[in-house]
Design a protein around this ligand. Structure first.
Ligand code: UT7
Length: 332
Protein backbone atom coordinates (compact mmCIF):
# COMPACT_ATOMS: atom_id res chain seq x y z
CA UNK A 1 0.00 0.00 0.00
CA UNK A 2 1.19 3.50 -0.66
CA UNK A 3 1.92 5.83 2.29
CA UNK A 4 0.93 3.17 4.77
CA UNK A 5 1.16 4.22 8.40
CA UNK A 6 0.91 0.74 9.85
CA UNK A 7 0.39 -2.74 8.43
CA UNK A 8 -3.20 -4.02 8.44
CA UNK A 9 -4.34 -7.59 7.85
CA UNK A 10 -6.77 -10.35 8.72
CA UNK A 11 -6.91 -11.61 12.32
CA UNK A 12 -9.57 -14.27 11.84
CA UNK A 13 -12.27 -15.49 9.46
CA UNK A 14 -15.66 -17.18 9.71
CA UNK A 15 -18.53 -18.27 7.50
CA UNK A 16 -22.14 -19.41 7.72
CA UNK A 17 -24.43 -21.04 5.17
CA UNK A 18 -28.07 -22.11 5.48
CA UNK A 19 -28.72 -25.80 6.14
CA UNK A 20 -31.16 -26.36 3.29
CA UNK A 21 -29.54 -27.82 0.16
CA UNK A 22 -30.97 -27.44 -3.35
CA UNK A 23 -29.42 -29.97 -5.74
CA UNK A 24 -29.29 -30.03 -9.53
CA UNK A 25 -31.77 -32.91 -9.36
CA UNK A 26 -34.18 -30.62 -7.47
CA UNK A 27 -33.76 -27.97 -10.17
CA UNK A 28 -34.53 -30.53 -12.89
CA UNK A 29 -38.04 -30.67 -11.38
CA UNK A 30 -38.43 -26.88 -11.38
CA UNK A 31 -37.18 -25.77 -14.83
CA UNK A 32 -36.14 -27.32 -18.16
CA UNK A 33 -32.55 -28.13 -17.20
CA UNK A 34 -30.32 -31.11 -16.39
CA UNK A 35 -27.61 -32.03 -13.92
CA UNK A 36 -25.39 -32.67 -16.94
CA UNK A 37 -25.88 -29.12 -18.36
CA UNK A 38 -25.38 -27.39 -15.01
CA UNK A 39 -22.30 -29.46 -14.12
CA UNK A 40 -20.50 -29.11 -17.44
CA UNK A 41 -21.37 -25.42 -17.98
CA UNK A 42 -20.84 -24.19 -14.41
CA UNK A 43 -19.32 -26.88 -12.16
CA UNK A 44 -22.17 -26.38 -9.66
CA UNK A 45 -23.72 -29.49 -8.05
CA UNK A 46 -25.71 -27.89 -5.23
CA UNK A 47 -26.36 -24.61 -3.45
CA UNK A 48 -27.69 -23.50 -0.03
CA UNK A 49 -31.06 -21.78 0.34
CA UNK A 50 -32.09 -19.66 3.33
CA UNK A 51 -35.15 -20.63 5.34
CA UNK A 52 -38.21 -18.44 5.24
CA UNK A 53 -37.59 -15.53 7.60
CA UNK A 54 -33.81 -15.99 7.51
CA UNK A 55 -32.38 -12.69 6.26
CA UNK A 56 -28.98 -11.52 5.08
CA UNK A 57 -28.26 -9.98 8.50
CA UNK A 58 -28.83 -13.38 10.19
CA UNK A 59 -26.23 -15.12 8.03
CA UNK A 60 -23.92 -12.09 8.28
CA UNK A 61 -24.12 -12.03 12.09
CA UNK A 62 -23.47 -15.80 12.29
CA UNK A 63 -20.38 -15.51 10.06
CA UNK A 64 -19.27 -12.39 11.94
CA UNK A 65 -19.57 -14.13 15.32
CA UNK A 66 -17.32 -16.95 14.07
CA UNK A 67 -14.74 -14.52 12.70
CA UNK A 68 -14.71 -12.64 16.05
CA UNK A 69 -14.16 -15.93 17.92
CA UNK A 70 -11.32 -16.89 15.56
CA UNK A 71 -9.72 -13.47 16.03
CA UNK A 72 -10.24 -13.38 19.82
CA UNK A 73 -12.11 -10.10 19.59
CA UNK A 74 -15.21 -9.23 21.64
CA UNK A 75 -18.13 -7.57 19.77
CA UNK A 76 -17.87 -4.41 21.83
CA UNK A 77 -14.22 -4.01 20.81
CA UNK A 78 -15.21 -3.49 17.17
CA UNK A 79 -15.06 0.08 15.95
CA UNK A 80 -16.40 -0.48 12.44
CA UNK A 81 -18.59 -3.01 10.63
CA UNK A 82 -18.81 -3.06 6.83
CA UNK A 83 -21.31 -5.36 5.15
CA UNK A 84 -20.89 -5.98 1.42
CA UNK A 85 -24.17 -7.15 -0.07
CA UNK A 86 -26.60 -6.76 -2.97
CA UNK A 87 -29.39 -8.35 -0.93
CA UNK A 88 -29.73 -6.10 2.15
CA UNK A 89 -32.54 -6.99 4.57
CA UNK A 90 -34.29 -3.83 3.37
CA UNK A 91 -33.49 -0.57 1.54
CA UNK A 92 -32.61 1.04 4.87
CA UNK A 93 -31.35 0.92 7.55
CA UNK A 94 -28.08 -0.60 6.36
CA UNK A 95 -27.72 -4.33 7.01
CA UNK A 96 -24.51 -3.46 8.90
CA UNK A 97 -26.68 -1.66 11.51
CA UNK A 98 -28.80 -4.78 11.96
CA UNK A 99 -25.65 -6.90 12.30
CA UNK A 100 -24.28 -4.46 14.89
CA UNK A 101 -27.45 -4.94 16.93
CA UNK A 102 -27.40 -8.75 16.55
CA UNK A 103 -23.75 -8.96 17.63
CA UNK A 104 -24.04 -6.38 20.42
CA UNK A 105 -21.20 -4.43 18.80
CA UNK A 106 -22.40 -1.22 20.39
CA UNK A 107 -19.21 0.76 19.77
CA UNK A 108 -19.00 0.09 16.03
CA UNK A 109 -19.80 2.51 13.23
CA UNK A 110 -21.64 0.76 10.39
CA UNK A 111 -22.21 0.95 6.68
CA UNK A 112 -23.06 -1.25 3.70
CA UNK A 113 -21.03 -1.41 0.55
CA UNK A 114 -22.50 -2.32 -2.84
CA UNK A 115 -20.02 -3.65 -5.39
CA UNK A 116 -21.73 -6.88 -6.47
CA UNK A 117 -19.62 -10.00 -6.27
CA UNK A 118 -16.50 -7.83 -5.79
CA UNK A 119 -18.04 -6.43 -2.60
CA UNK A 120 -16.04 -8.33 -0.02
CA UNK A 121 -12.67 -7.52 -1.58
CA UNK A 122 -13.72 -3.86 -1.98
CA UNK A 123 -14.73 -3.80 1.70
CA UNK A 124 -11.53 -5.54 2.81
CA UNK A 125 -9.48 -2.90 1.02
CA UNK A 126 -11.47 -0.08 2.65
CA UNK A 127 -11.15 -1.73 6.07
CA UNK A 128 -7.40 -2.28 5.75
CA UNK A 129 -6.90 1.36 4.77
CA UNK A 130 -9.03 2.51 7.73
CA UNK A 131 -6.81 0.46 10.05
CA UNK A 132 -3.58 1.46 8.29
CA UNK A 133 -4.47 5.14 8.76
CA UNK A 134 -4.76 4.62 12.52
CA UNK A 135 -8.40 5.74 12.48
CA UNK A 136 -9.81 2.32 13.39
CA UNK A 137 -8.34 -0.66 15.26
CA UNK A 138 -10.76 -3.54 14.75
CA UNK A 139 -12.99 -3.75 11.70
CA UNK A 140 -15.42 -6.55 10.90
CA UNK A 141 -15.78 -7.06 7.14
CA UNK A 142 -18.65 -9.25 5.98
CA UNK A 143 -19.85 -10.45 2.58
CA UNK A 144 -23.40 -11.79 2.90
CA UNK A 145 -26.23 -12.61 0.52
CA UNK A 146 -29.66 -14.20 0.34
CA UNK A 147 -29.73 -14.30 -3.46
CA UNK A 148 -32.56 -16.86 -3.45
CA UNK A 149 -34.96 -13.94 -2.76
CA UNK A 150 -33.95 -12.10 -5.95
CA UNK A 151 -33.61 -15.20 -8.15
CA UNK A 152 -36.25 -15.78 -10.81
CA UNK A 153 -37.03 -19.44 -10.21
CA UNK A 154 -38.71 -19.66 -13.62
CA UNK A 155 -35.57 -18.53 -15.53
CA UNK A 156 -33.28 -21.51 -16.15
CA UNK A 157 -30.46 -19.30 -17.43
CA UNK A 158 -29.96 -17.73 -13.98
CA UNK A 159 -31.74 -19.80 -11.31
CA UNK A 160 -29.24 -22.67 -11.48
CA UNK A 161 -26.32 -20.36 -10.65
CA UNK A 162 -26.95 -18.70 -7.31
CA UNK A 163 -26.96 -19.58 -3.61
CA UNK A 164 -27.08 -18.03 -0.13
CA UNK A 165 -24.35 -17.62 2.50
CA UNK A 166 -22.01 -15.29 4.38
CA UNK A 167 -18.31 -14.96 5.13
CA UNK A 168 -16.45 -12.56 7.41
CA UNK A 169 -13.01 -11.38 8.43
CA UNK A 170 -11.74 -9.29 11.35
CA UNK A 171 -9.18 -6.75 10.16
CA UNK A 172 -6.66 -5.17 12.52
CA UNK A 173 -3.03 -4.04 12.80
CA UNK A 174 -0.46 -6.77 12.02
CA UNK A 175 3.33 -6.98 12.17
CA UNK A 176 5.32 -5.06 9.57
CA UNK A 177 5.55 -6.85 6.23
CA UNK A 178 2.32 -8.78 6.77
CA UNK A 179 -1.28 -7.94 5.91
CA UNK A 180 -2.51 -6.16 2.80
CA UNK A 181 0.43 -5.62 0.47
CA UNK A 182 -1.50 -4.16 -2.47
CA UNK A 183 -4.86 -4.09 -4.16
CA UNK A 184 -6.58 -3.15 -7.39
CA UNK A 185 -10.21 -2.03 -7.46
CA UNK A 186 -12.12 -0.86 -10.49
CA UNK A 187 -15.33 -0.64 -12.45
CA UNK A 188 -16.62 -0.40 -16.01
CA UNK A 189 -19.85 1.47 -15.28
CA UNK A 190 -20.74 1.53 -18.96
CA UNK A 191 -21.20 -2.28 -18.78
CA UNK A 192 -23.54 -2.07 -15.79
CA UNK A 193 -26.58 -3.10 -17.84
CA UNK A 194 -25.16 -6.62 -18.26
CA UNK A 195 -26.05 -7.57 -14.69
CA UNK A 196 -28.87 -5.77 -12.88
CA UNK A 197 -31.87 -5.97 -10.61
CA UNK A 198 -33.92 -3.43 -12.58
CA UNK A 199 -36.77 -2.40 -10.25
CA UNK A 200 -37.33 -1.34 -6.66
CA UNK A 201 -35.02 1.68 -6.71
CA UNK A 202 -35.60 5.36 -7.47
CA UNK A 203 -35.51 4.82 -11.24
CA UNK A 204 -38.18 2.13 -11.36
CA UNK A 205 -40.03 2.01 -8.04
CA UNK A 206 -41.97 -1.13 -7.17
CA UNK A 207 -45.39 -1.26 -8.81
CA UNK A 208 -47.86 -3.91 -9.90
CA UNK A 209 -46.35 -3.60 -13.37
CA UNK A 210 -42.72 -4.13 -12.24
CA UNK A 211 -43.82 -7.23 -10.33
CA UNK A 212 -45.79 -8.60 -13.29
CA UNK A 213 -42.81 -7.95 -15.59
CA UNK A 214 -40.52 -9.85 -13.17
CA UNK A 215 -38.22 -6.86 -12.78
CA UNK A 216 -37.40 -7.55 -9.13
CA UNK A 217 -35.14 -10.44 -10.08
CA UNK A 218 -31.53 -10.83 -11.25
CA UNK A 219 -31.25 -10.04 -14.93
CA UNK A 220 -27.96 -11.11 -16.56
CA UNK A 221 -26.39 -11.40 -19.99
CA UNK A 222 -24.27 -14.38 -18.94
CA UNK A 223 -22.12 -14.69 -22.03
CA UNK A 224 -20.83 -11.11 -21.89
CA UNK A 225 -20.22 -11.31 -18.15
CA UNK A 226 -18.29 -14.54 -18.71
CA UNK A 227 -15.89 -12.89 -21.20
CA UNK A 228 -15.42 -9.88 -18.90
CA UNK A 229 -14.72 -12.17 -15.94
CA UNK A 230 -11.96 -14.17 -17.61
CA UNK A 231 -10.25 -11.02 -18.93
CA UNK A 232 -10.50 -9.04 -15.71
CA UNK A 233 -9.38 -11.87 -13.40
CA UNK A 234 -6.10 -12.05 -15.26
CA UNK A 235 -5.67 -8.26 -15.55
CA UNK A 236 -6.45 -7.38 -11.95
CA UNK A 237 -4.40 -10.24 -10.49
CA UNK A 238 -1.35 -9.16 -12.47
CA UNK A 239 -1.90 -5.49 -11.58
CA UNK A 240 -2.14 -5.96 -7.84
CA UNK A 241 0.80 -8.40 -7.80
CA UNK A 242 2.90 -5.96 -9.81
CA UNK A 243 2.08 -3.14 -7.36
CA UNK A 244 3.87 -5.02 -4.57
CA UNK A 245 6.69 -6.38 -6.72
CA UNK A 246 5.38 -9.95 -6.98
CA UNK A 247 4.28 -12.21 -9.84
CA UNK A 248 1.90 -15.16 -10.29
CA UNK A 249 4.65 -17.62 -9.29
CA UNK A 250 4.79 -16.02 -5.83
CA UNK A 251 1.15 -16.90 -5.09
CA UNK A 252 0.76 -19.58 -2.41
CA UNK A 253 -3.06 -19.56 -2.23
CA UNK A 254 -5.46 -18.12 -4.82
CA UNK A 255 -9.05 -17.40 -3.74
CA UNK A 256 -11.20 -16.44 -6.73
CA UNK A 257 -14.87 -15.46 -6.78
CA UNK A 258 -16.82 -18.69 -7.25
CA UNK A 259 -19.16 -18.02 -10.18
CA UNK A 260 -18.31 -20.74 -12.68
CA UNK A 261 -15.59 -23.42 -12.72
CA UNK A 262 -14.91 -22.59 -16.39
CA UNK A 263 -14.13 -18.96 -15.52
CA UNK A 264 -11.76 -20.03 -12.73
CA UNK A 265 -10.02 -22.62 -14.92
CA UNK A 266 -9.61 -20.21 -17.84
CA UNK A 267 -8.18 -17.49 -15.59
CA UNK A 268 -5.71 -19.69 -13.70
CA UNK A 269 -4.55 -21.21 -16.99
CA UNK A 270 -3.76 -17.72 -18.34
CA UNK A 271 -1.96 -16.85 -15.09
CA UNK A 272 -0.10 -20.16 -14.85
CA UNK A 273 -1.41 -20.89 -11.34
CA UNK A 274 -1.62 -24.64 -10.57
CA UNK A 275 -5.09 -25.83 -9.46
CA UNK A 276 -3.80 -27.17 -6.13
CA UNK A 277 -3.11 -23.57 -5.05
CA UNK A 278 -6.69 -22.53 -5.82
CA UNK A 279 -9.63 -22.89 -3.43
CA UNK A 280 -12.63 -24.14 -5.42
CA UNK A 281 -15.99 -24.71 -3.71
CA UNK A 282 -18.42 -23.52 -6.40
CA UNK A 283 -19.71 -27.11 -6.64
CA UNK A 284 -21.18 -26.87 -3.11
CA UNK A 285 -22.48 -23.31 -2.90
CA UNK A 286 -22.91 -21.95 -6.44
CA UNK A 287 -22.40 -18.24 -6.85
CA UNK A 288 -23.01 -16.48 -3.51
CA UNK A 289 -21.94 -13.04 -4.82
CA UNK A 290 -20.23 -10.96 -2.10
CA UNK A 291 -20.15 -13.99 0.23
CA UNK A 292 -18.20 -16.22 -2.14
CA UNK A 293 -14.64 -14.97 -1.55
CA UNK A 294 -14.85 -14.87 2.28
CA UNK A 295 -16.54 -18.31 2.44
CA UNK A 296 -13.74 -19.69 0.24
CA UNK A 297 -11.08 -17.90 2.33
CA UNK A 298 -12.51 -19.36 5.52
CA UNK A 299 -12.59 -22.84 3.97
CA UNK A 300 -8.99 -22.52 2.80
CA UNK A 301 -7.99 -21.63 6.36
CA UNK A 302 -10.04 -24.45 7.86
CA UNK A 303 -8.46 -26.92 5.40
CA UNK A 304 -4.98 -25.84 6.50
CA UNK A 305 -4.12 -24.48 3.05
CA UNK A 306 -2.82 -21.16 4.44
CA UNK A 307 0.34 -20.83 6.55
CA UNK A 308 1.85 -17.72 8.12
CA UNK A 309 3.74 -15.58 5.60
CA UNK A 310 1.98 -17.20 2.63
CA UNK A 311 1.05 -14.88 -0.23
CA UNK A 312 -2.73 -15.08 -0.49
CA UNK A 313 -4.52 -13.42 -3.42
CA UNK A 314 -8.26 -12.70 -3.37
CA UNK A 315 -10.11 -11.79 -6.58
CA UNK A 316 -13.71 -10.74 -7.17
CA UNK A 317 -15.71 -9.55 -10.20
CA UNK A 318 -19.38 -8.86 -10.78
CA UNK A 319 -22.23 -6.38 -11.01
CA UNK A 320 -21.13 -2.87 -11.83
CA UNK A 321 -19.32 -4.23 -13.65
CA UNK A 322 -16.73 -4.19 -10.90
CA UNK A 323 -13.56 -6.01 -10.04
CA UNK A 324 -11.24 -6.16 -7.06
CA UNK A 325 -8.10 -8.03 -6.12
CA UNK A 326 -6.00 -7.97 -2.98
CA UNK A 327 -2.58 -9.41 -2.18
CA UNK A 328 -2.03 -10.36 1.46
CA UNK A 329 0.95 -11.72 3.32
CA UNK A 330 -0.80 -13.95 5.84
CA UNK A 331 -0.38 -13.73 9.60
CA UNK A 332 -0.71 -11.25 12.47
O1 UT7 B 1 -20.94 -13.39 -10.25
C1 UT7 B 1 -20.58 -12.66 -11.36
C2 UT7 B 1 -21.59 -12.64 -12.40
N1 UT7 B 1 -21.95 -13.86 -13.05
C3 UT7 B 1 -21.11 -14.66 -13.75
O2 UT7 B 1 -19.94 -14.67 -13.61
C4 UT7 B 1 -21.74 -15.57 -14.76
C5 UT7 B 1 -20.95 -15.57 -16.05
N2 UT7 B 1 -21.57 -16.38 -17.06
C6 UT7 B 1 -21.64 -17.75 -17.04
O3 UT7 B 1 -21.19 -18.36 -16.10
C7 UT7 B 1 -22.22 -18.46 -18.23
O4 UT7 B 1 -22.37 -17.55 -19.30
C8 UT7 B 1 -23.58 -19.15 -17.93
C9 UT7 B 1 -23.36 -20.34 -17.01
C10 UT7 B 1 -24.54 -18.18 -17.30
C11 UT7 B 1 -24.19 -19.67 -19.22
O5 UT7 B 1 -23.29 -20.58 -19.85
P1 UT7 B 1 -22.99 -20.46 -21.40
O6 UT7 B 1 -22.08 -21.54 -21.76
O7 UT7 B 1 -22.55 -19.05 -21.65
O8 UT7 B 1 -24.39 -20.79 -22.03
P2 UT7 B 1 -25.30 -19.84 -22.96
O9 UT7 B 1 -25.91 -18.75 -22.17
O10 UT7 B 1 -24.53 -19.50 -24.21
O11 UT7 B 1 -26.44 -20.87 -23.37
C12 UT7 B 1 -26.18 -22.02 -24.17
C13 UT7 B 1 -27.46 -22.81 -24.33
C14 UT7 B 1 -28.64 -21.97 -24.78
O12 UT7 B 1 -29.42 -22.74 -25.68
P3 UT7 B 1 -29.31 -22.51 -27.28
O13 UT7 B 1 -29.69 -21.08 -27.48
O14 UT7 B 1 -27.89 -22.80 -27.61
O15 UT7 B 1 -30.28 -23.50 -27.80
C15 UT7 B 1 -29.43 -21.75 -23.51
O16 UT7 B 1 -30.81 -21.56 -23.75
O17 UT7 B 1 -27.84 -23.39 -23.08
C16 UT7 B 1 -29.20 -23.05 -22.78
N3 UT7 B 1 -29.33 -22.94 -21.34
C17 UT7 B 1 -29.65 -24.00 -20.57
N4 UT7 B 1 -29.90 -25.29 -20.87
C18 UT7 B 1 -30.16 -26.13 -19.84
C19 UT7 B 1 -29.17 -21.86 -20.56
N5 UT7 B 1 -29.37 -22.19 -19.28
C20 UT7 B 1 -29.65 -23.52 -19.25
C21 UT7 B 1 -29.96 -24.42 -18.23
N6 UT7 B 1 -30.19 -25.71 -18.57
N7 UT7 B 1 -29.97 -24.07 -16.93
Amino acid sequence: MTKQLRAAGIWGTGSAVPERILTNADLEKMVDTSDEWITTRTGIKERRIADEGQATSDLAAAAGRRALDAAGVAPEELDLIIVATVTPDMMFPATACLVQMKLGAINAATFDLSAGCSGFVYALDVAARCVASGGYDRVLVIGAEVLSRITDWTDRSTCVLFGDGAGAAVVGPVSEGRGLLSSDLGAEGAQGHLLTLPAGGSLLPASLETVQERKHYICMQGNDVFKFAVRIMEETTLKSLQKCGLGPKDIDVYIPHQANIRIIDAAIKRLGIPREKVLINVQWYGNTSAASVPIALNEAQAAGMIKDDDVVVLVGFGAGLTWASAVLRWGR
